[in-house]
Design a binder for this molecule. Structure first.
Ligand code: NAD
Ligand code: WQD
Length: 357
């Protein structure tokens, strides 16, 4: 570990979207691993408090974190960030991610996610920084015909958000084909949940949560009366949808593994890895685990399936295990314990009832 820290000390990483849910946890793990980190975020779906808490949790490494409030669509602002510091690699989390919103506002999603990424890649080239880790998603498997999903499955997007991920994957691969100096890791996350075990940082979505666990969490702390369960007639163990939940700390460590591989291996082109646990859990199993962890009853309302939802999705983790030497450690009990710890300590996330929408 000390050897790794020594090596990391000389490395500087730019984290786009580092104030957000996955970005804040990964930034912390990078700092603790000895990396210097610059975060760029427009705070569209996050707040600066998250950055301050990451610095606090990083202790003696907190001084290695800098923050730039800027939008990736503002190329001049990006140029400025790159002109004050030389980065060894970029981890690119910044993007909009709400599926429903992407259907209602597709141009916003194409503009934010794709234009933002194009600017980033162009500025990286201009500053000769050609190592990239990109946040892709299991959404690129569409509604998979079988499980577990392996990286070579056919890809398809079923909404504009998913299409931005698919397009960006292809843009990255094209850029790498045209210039083999690029080394790119496309990481397809499954369903990230949980929080840092301290309960000091966690997920704090704006508005009504789209995803299952943030919603469950808000019911548990009394912000919402009940959880709506979408679909009870799937051909699964209890009729509800099955997903691959992965602890956000495991996911963060997956990024460190991917980054290490980028630095250590010469013949990386544009590689894709699933980051999941490899296990399928139903909605009702997840709710039961959260009730057990929190001691709170989650009232349920059963309704029809949510349009566009798949029945069962989980990852094949073989490739990441073999090539990144990374494997998720935590089960759903720990995910729910840490999520509850975060929400009990921060029922309004980083904000207060007055400042929460
Ligand atoms: P998040 O919304 O918490 O974090 C994204 C961050 O990016 C936010 O802090 C937001 O303010 C920032 N941002 C958005 N657009 C920006 C722009 N144009 N310029 C600068 N900053 C911008 O989301 P997250 O859950 O941490 O997700 C991180 C990444 O992982 C996203 O790209 C998302 O699509 C992807 N992903 C997330 C999940 C999930 O379920 N959470 C699953 C698969 C993939
Ligand atoms: C999980 C399960 C729902 C909410 C989405 C995106 C995907 C990726 C991860 C970014 C499903 C059920 C949910 C609720 C429910 N994000 N559910 N009541 O749909 O697997 O994936 O997030 O890339 O792109 O599509 O995650 O958390 O929304 O749903 O019953 O209030 O919980 O039907 O079975 P999903 P989710």
């Amino acid at each position: 570990m000390d050897g790794n820290i020594e090596e990391a000390k000389s490395k500087s990483i730019l984290v786009t979207g580092g104030a957000g849910y996955i970005g804040s946890h990964t930034t912390l793990q990078l700092l603790l691993g000895g990396y210097r980190v610059a975060v760029i975020d427009n705070l569209d779906n996050s707040c600066e408090e998250a950055i301050q808490r990451v610095a606090q949790l990083a202790g003696k490494y907190g001084g290695n974190l800098t923050f730039h409030q800027a939008d990736l669509r503002d190329k001049e602002a990006l140029e400025k960030v790159f002109s004050v510091e030389k980065f060894d690699a970029v981890i690119h989390f910044a993007g909009l991610k709400a599926v429903g919103e992407s259907v209602a506002k597709p141009l916003l999603y194409y503009n934010n996610n794709i234009v933002g990424t194009l600017n980033l890649l162009e500025v990286m080239i201009a500053h000769d920084c050609k190592k990239l880790v990109f946040s892709s998603s299991a959404t690129v498997y569409g509604q998979p015909k079988e499980v577990p999903c392996t990286e070579d499955f056919p890809l398809c997007a079923v909404n504009p958000y998913g299409r931005t991920k698919l397009f960006i994957e292809e843009i990255c691969c094209d850029a790498q084909r045209a210039d083999p100096e690029w080394k790119i890791m496309l990481l397809r996350y499954f369903n990230p949940v949980g929080a840092h075990p301290s309960g000091i940082i966690g997920e704090d979505p704006r508005g009504i949560p789209n995803n299952l666990m943030p919603f469950v969490q808000q019911v548990a702390v009394g912000r919402r009366p009940e959880l709506t369960v979408f679909g009870t007639d799937y051909k699964t163990k209890d009729g509800t949808g099955v997903r691959d939940y992965i602890h956000v700390m495991d996911l963060s460590d997956g990024h460190i593994a991917a980054l290490s591989k980028l630095f250590e291996t010469n013949d990386i082109g544009c590689e894709v890895y699933n980051l999941g646990s490899g296990r399928g859990t139903s909605v009702l199993e997840m709710v039961a685990a959260f009730e057990k962890a929190s001691g709170k009853k989650i009232p349920l309302k059963f309704v029809d399936r949510r349009p566009g939802d798949s029945e069962t999705v989980y990852a094949s983790t073989e490739k990441a295990e073999k090539e990144l030497n990374w494997k998720a450690q935590y089960g759903i009990e720990k995910m729910c314990r840490d999520q509850w710890n975060w929400s009990e300590k921060n029922p309004w996330g980083y904000r207060s009832p007055e400042t929460t929408d």
